[in-house]
Write a protein that binds this ligand. Structure first.
Ligand SMILES: [Zn+2]
Ligand SMILES: [Zn+2]
Length: 248
């Protein structure tokens, strides 16, 4: 009897549990998770960009799409934080300063060392004396950095390079750098993995396809222009013939 009562009691207990509680609990948990996601995206995007409108777009992605929105955000967010960019720039400036005197001789290619005034191999003049303060300054310097005297005239072309020209220069130097690194097989950095190579292949094949299509389009246009010219010539000759007939 006791066991029977116990089993019946247990079933009553299980049947009495309000399963809606689990539902509401799950719902509350989801809401909390969603709010945490939104907060995290707002803070993370603040570390990567100072543009408020872009940050709001990122936020809306997560507000409306939740986890898929987060995945999209993780893909499209700027890869470097503002702090990382700042430190990378500082490092670049410092390295530029440190290696400013470590160039090669423009005449013979001999490596120069800090403090050189003449090339130790060919005697090429690397530095000159400022006529005003006497400090040794670079040969291509336009204004003495120590007293401000103008040493050489500035060319007007150099002053305002257009954005396009600058972009081209940056691209060129990048391409040159990768070429030299890859041709000399210097292990500055490991070459790209499978994904990078696949991406490169896709992009290059896409470019080739685009070139072929644009070439064909150009040819078609040229042919059309030629056809039109021929038609015009033909119609002109017909008109002339007609006029001649009328005159007759
Ligand atoms: Zn030299
Ligand atoms: Zn000077």
């Amino acid at each position: 009897m006791n066991l029977e009562n116990f089993v019946l009691g247990f079933f009553d207990f299980v049947g009495g549990i309000d399963f809606n509680i689990f539902g509401t609990l799950l719902f509350v948990l989801l809401i909390v998770f969603w709010l945490v996601l939104i907060g995290w995206v707002w803070i993370d995007s603040g570390e990567r960009t100072s543009n408020i409108s872009i940050r709001i777009i990122y936020l809306l992605l997560v507000v409306f799409l939740n986890i898929p929105g987060l995945i999209i955000y993780l893909i499209i967010r700027p890869s470097e934080t503002i702090e990382q960019i700042y430190w990378a720039d500082l490092e670049r400036r410092y390295l530029k300063y440190e290696t400013s005197e470590l160039g090669d001789c423009s005449k013979c290619g001999n490596q120069l060392l800090p403090g050189y005034v003449y090339c130790s191999n060919c005697g090429n003049e690397i530095k000159k004396k400022c006529p005003s303060c006497g400090v040794m300054i670079g040969k291509s310097t336009k204004f003495c950095a120590y007293c401000g005297t103008q040493v050489a005239s500035r060319s007007t072309q150099e002053e305002y390079p257009t954005i396009e020209v600058m972009e081209q220069q940056i691209l060129a130097t990048r391409e040159e750098a990768t070429e030299t690194v890859e041709s000399k097989r210097l292990k500055y950095k490991q070459s790209g993995g499978f994904v990078v190579k696949l991406g490169g292949m896709i992009i290059s094949s896409w470019k080739r396809l685009f070139d072929i299509v644009s070439e064909k389009l150009e040819k078609n246009q040229e042919e059309k222009v030629e056809q039109k010219q021929q038609e015009v010539v033909e119609s002109n000759t017909k008109k002339k013939k007609k006029k001649k007939r009328k005159k007759k």
